[in-house]
Design a protein around this ligand. Structure first.
Ligand code: ACO
Length: 266
C-alpha cells in the first residue's frame, strides 16, 4: 500500500513495532518531528485497518490510529523498502494485545487468564502467499517471547486458520464460549495462567483427557485441508457467531471414569 509520503523515512526497519505513542520503537528525534511521525503512522494504521476490515468482510475496522492510541495494544508493520520507486510501501499489519479471558480446557474446566491475543492480521493482496505473513508473525513471536500455541486468536478467518496449520501445525481447537480460538497445547506450561479452577490439573492429566479428541481429529486430518477449514470456518470463523458444542457434558460423561482413575493414581 502506497502513501503520499516517503514510508522509508517514517518506518526505518523492515518490521516496526508501534504502541500507543504511535511512534515506532527506536525513534530518536525532537518533539516536533515526533508529532509528524505519529500523524503519518496514524494515517498508515487507518488505511491498513480499513483494508484489513474489507479483506475480512467486517463492517468496521479493528485497527486505526485512534484505536491504537487509546489501547495497550501493539502493532507490527511490515514494509517493502523498494516499493513506490524506492520511497517504500506498507505490506502488512499484525496487532496483538492482552485480554482478560475465561478459557476452557479440554476437560471443560475454565481458567482465568490474560493471554496475548492476535487481534488483527493483514497482508496486502498483492503480497499474500509470499511469506510476508510468516515473517511478520515470527518477528512478533520473538518480540513477545512467546510460542504460537499460547496465543488466543480473535475470530480467525479461514485464511488465518490455514496459515496457522501450514506454518505451526495448529489444528485441534479447544471449544470456547467466546469468539476466541485457542489450540491444543495452550495449557501446557502456559506462563500466562492466573487461576486454575482444577488445582490438580497438569499436563499428564490433560494428555489423558485429550486422548479421545486426538483420535477424532486425526481422522479429520486425513480429509482435504480446504474441507477441514471450511468446516472450522462454520464454527469458529469471523463470519459466524460461535455456538460451542456441548463438550463439557460429553467429556465429563465419557471421561469421568478415566479422570477418577488418574486422580486416584496420584
Ligand atoms: N487462501 C487460503 N489460504 C491462504 C490464503 C488464501 N487466499 N492466503 C494465505 N493463506 C494461508 C495458506 O495456508 C498459505 O499457504 P499456501 O499458499 O501454501 O496455501 C499461507 O497462509 C501462506 O503463508 P504466508 O505467505 O506467510 O501468509 P500471507 O502473507 O498470505 O498472510 C494472512 C496470511 C495475513 C492471513 C493473509 O492471507 C491475509 O491478509 N488475509 C486476509 C485478511 C485475513 O483473513 N486476516 C486474518 C483475520 S483473523 C485475525 O486477524 C485475528
Amino acid at each position: 500500500m502506497e502513501f503520499p509520503f516517503n514510508v522509508n523515512n517514517i518506518l526505518s526497519q523492515k518490521i516496526s513495532k508501534v504502541g500507543n505513542s504511535l511512534i515506532p520503537e527506536g525513534y530518536y528525534g525532537d518533539r516536533r518531528s515526533a508529532w509528524d511521525y505519529a500523524s503519518k503512522i496514524s494515517d498508515i494504521l487507518d488505511a491498513m485497518g480499513k483494508s484489513s476490515a474489507v479483506a475480512q468482510g467486517l463492517k468496521n475496522a479493528i485497527t486505526s490510529g485512534e484505536r491504537l492510541r487509546n489501547s495497550e495494544h501493539t502493532v507490527y508493520l511490515l514494509i517493502d523498502p523498494e516499493g513506490k520507486s524506492g520511497q517504500g510501501s506498507v505490506v502488512g499489519l499484525l496487532k496483538v494485545g492482552r485480554k482478560k479471558l475465561y478459557v476452557f480446557d479440554a476437560s471443560g474446566a475454565h481458567h482465568e487468564m490474560q493471554p496475548l491475543c492476535v487481534l488483527d492480521f493483514y497482508v496486502h493482496e498483492s503480497k499474500q502467499r509470499m511469506g510476508c505473513g510468516k515473517a511478520l508473525y515470527e518477528h512478533m513471536l520473538r518480540e513477545e517471547k512467546t510460542s504460537p500455541q499460547y496465543l488466543a486468536i480473535d475470530r480467525p478467518s479461514e485464511k488465518f486458520l490455514g496459515f496457522l496449520y501450514k506454518h505451526y501445525g495448529l489444528e485441534n481447537i479447544l471449544p470456547q464460549a467466546n469468539n476466541f480460538v485457542v489450540f491444543e497445547g495452550f495449557f501446557i506450561e502456559n506462563p500466562d495462567e492466573v487461576n486454575n479452577s482444577h488445582p490438580f490439573l497438569n499436563s499428564r492429566l490433560l494428555n489423558t483427557l485429550n486422548e479421545g479428541s486426538q483420535s477424532k481429529s486425526s481422522a479429520v486430518r486425513t480429509g482435504k485441508t480446504e474441507e477441514r477449514y471450511n468446516g472450522l470456518q462454520q464454527l469458529y470463523g469471523r463470519y459466524a457467531a460461535h455456538r460451542p458444542p456441548s463438550t463439557i457434558g460429553k467429556i465429563l460423561q465419557n471421561q469421568s471414569l478415566k479422570l477418577l482413575t488418574v486422580i486416584f493414581q496420584f
